[in-house]
Design a protein around this ligand. Sequence first.
Ligand SMILES: O=C(O)C1=C[C@@H](OP(=O)(O)O)[C@@H](O)[C@H](O)C1
Ligand SMILES: C=C(OP(=O)(O)O)C(=O)O
Length: 443
Amino acid sequence: MTVNPAHTALWPAPHASGAVDATVHVPGSKSVTNRALVLAALASEPGWLRRPLRSRDTLLMAGALRAMGVGIEETVSSSSSGPGGSGEAWRVIPAGLHGPATVDVGNAGTVMRFLPPVAALADGPVRFDGDPRSYERPLHGVIDALRDLGARIDDDGRGALPLTVHGGGALEGGRVDVDASSSSQFVSALLLSGPRFNQGVEVHHVGSALPSMPHIRMTVDMLRAVGAQVDTPESGGEPDVWRVTPGALLGRDLTVEPDLSNAQPFLAAALVTGGRVVVPDWPARTTQPGDRLRQIFTEMGGSCELSERGLEFTGSGAVHGIDVDLSEVGELTPGIAAVAALADSPSTLRGVAHLRLHETDRLAALTKEINELGGDVTETADGLHIRPRPLHGGVFHTYEDHRMATAGAIIGLAVDGVRIENVATTAKTLPDFPELWAGMLGA
Ligand SMILES: O=C(O)C1=C[C@@H](OP(=O)(O)O)[C@@H](O)[C@H](O)C1
Ligand SMILES: C=C(OP(=O)(O)O)C(=O)O
């Protein structure tokens, strides 16, 4: 874990003086926006994305696709009938994919994993580089699989960034074995571009348990929505095998759902202050892992109602510990750990060893930062054990991890004097976080 000296500014996390009562409009889903951009870029006709998330990760994705020749036009319209509808929309105009091009992945897992297969379809070299942390995040599953499927890739032999994909204009595709136990994004990456491979793709996951299954379901659902034929273990296929048939993809008109994982700190605010938060447009049916918060935060002491108005989440004043396997919903771990540190009983968070290779080593970072505020957190082989203790103020370091910053803000609601280092790191997926947080608190 390294601290960038340029990012040492401290943000005094607001302390809640009472129960919050707010409606919070949460911006669009990172995972949906970046999948939609890739699928629209690979389609055979233009498409629309409405209410896309505009954040560092999605702007990097759009920039990378533009660098390979895809047209992405941003429109803002106040009318609900004109092109783009009401609010922001992106029109994506697919084109032949070109190299040479350069892609900055930042520290976006979706960009570093989803785009090398796209680059293999380009007609020249595509160079991938990113933040220092991106060099440490696992990418071997994508690199090895693409080589097996016929791509030429130059890397430094570590199976990680930086690298160059020498696009040959087409990729043979076919059957491939991948160990995706370190990231579900390896599977999603191969499936998303699969319809454009000559033989499609048949991905066999061969490692230990696969994390983040809802994100793979999101990939499959979104592929099917643009006309791809996908066979999955859930549709009667073999366990751990996904098959995508080659074929043209449709340009669709998609409205992006709010990011339910980014709704987490706001729901947590209702829980820890015994207040009420409404998140409009919460989808009735979704593959987003954040939907599991309805169940998890209810078990931790709140209650919720999903209606036409959205999700209304109400805290009871009590916050309970939880023993939960988060392997399917790993990105919720930092926010759950923050709530657990404020609970009336211990918690055990399991199934998330792979978080050590996320934006930062999230298990080490949560342990260190909560303990430095007086907490009692220990790392286990695959998660965290959290015994609540009275906490005190202090600096909460974020290690350039957006979810560390929002976790610190949750603790700050209940603990006076918490200062968050580099709250601007929330720009990865939620650039307006400080303003939304202040708005929720009525500031
Ligand atoms: O496909 C996606 O959009 C994501 C998959 C998950 O990755 P891992 O399976 O690497 O945890 C998740 O943690 C990440 O935030 C987004
Ligand atoms: C793990 C995450 O992001 P990424 O898409 O960079 O993997 C996350 O957002 O929690």
